[in-house]
Design a protein around this ligand. Structure first.
Ligand SMILES: O=C(O)[C@@H](CO)OP(=O)(O)O
Length: 215
C-alpha cells in the first residue's frame, strides 16, 4: 500500500511575525531550522525514498535538511506552492481592514470560488495539490515519498481527501514541521483511494510549533 508523508515547512520570519506569505517568501528562523532537523530525523527512521517540495525558499530549505538526513535528492514542484494570496501577500494579519479580512475569510467560509483579489481560489489550489498526490502513484513500487508544502495547501488537500469542499472552513491545525500521512488503498470499509492516516503530528518536535492563524 502506497503511503505518502506530508510536511509543512519550518517556522519562518514572517510566520513568527504573523505576516502573510502565500507565494512570497521569508527565511526559516533558527527555530524553523531546528524543527526541520527534528522532522528530518523522523523521516530518516521512516525510510523516506523520495522528497518532492514546493520550490519556494522556505520549503526548499526544509526539504534540503530532510534530504541530507535521508540521503536522497529533492525534486522541486511549483504545484506544491502555497495558495496565491493576491493583494494581501506580505501584509500583517493583524492590520487587515474589515474588507481585507473578509476576502481572506471567504477562502474558507464556504464561499465557492472565493479568492483574495489577484489571488487563487481554494478549488484551484485543491486541484493542483491532488495532482501531485496522485502523481506519487507513478513512483516505483516500494517508494516512500515525502512532500514538503505549506499550511493552506496541505490543509486544503487533507480536507479534500476527507470529502470536504476545498473552501470548507478550516478545522485542521497544521503547525510548522508537522507530519501528516496519506495512504492509497482499496478496502471494503474505508473509501477506495486516498485515506488520511495522520494529520498534523508534531510528536517529533521538542517545543510547541506555531500555527500562525492561531490567535
Ligand atoms: O503563506 C502563509 O502565510 C501561510 C498561511 O497558512 O502558509 P505557510 O507559512 O505554510 O507557507
Amino acid at each position: 500500500m502506497l503511503q505518502v508523508y506530508l510536511v509543512r515547512h519550518g517556522e519562518t520570519e514572517w510566520n513568527a511575525l504573523r505576516r502573510i506569505q502565500g507565494q512570497s517568501d521569508s527565511t526559516l528562523t533558527a527555530n524553523g531550522e531546528r524543527q526541520a532537523r527534528q522532522v528530518a530525523e523522523r523521516a530518516k527512521l521512516l525510510g523516506i525514498t523520495h522528497i518532492i517540495s514546493s520550490d519556494l525558499g522556505r520549503t526548499r530549505h526544509t526539504a534540503e535538511i530532510i534530504a541530507r538526513a535521508c540521503n536522497c535528492d529533492v525534486l522541486l514542484d511549483p504545484r506544491l506552492r502555497e495558495l496565491d494570496m493576491g493583494v494581501l501577500e506580505m501584509r500583517d494579519i493583524d492590520t487587515l481592514t474589515a474588507e481585507e479580512e473578509s476576502w481572506r475569510k471567504q477562502l474558507v467560509d464556504g464561499t465557492p470560488d472565493g479568492r483574495i483579489p489577484q489571488g487563487e481560489s481554494m478549488t484551484e489550489l485543491s486541484l493542483r495539490m491532488q495532482a501531485v498526490l496522485d502523481g506519487c502513484r507513478d513512483l516505483p513500487p516500494g517508494s516512500l515519498p515525502l512532500l514538503v508544502s505549506h499550511g493552506m495547501a496541505l490543509g486544503c488537500l487533507i480536507s479534500t481527501v476527507l470529502g470536504l469542499p476545498p473552501y470548507a472552513e478550516r478545522r485542521l491545525r497544521l503547525r510548522n514541521c508537522s507530519l501528516s500521512r496519506m495512504d492509497y488503498q482499496q478496502s471494503p470499509w474505508l473509501a477506495p483511494g486516498w485515506v488520511v492516516e495522520t494529520a498534523g503530528d508534531v510528536s517529533h518536535l521538542d517545543r510547541p510549533a506555531l500555527d500562525e492563524v492561531q490567535r
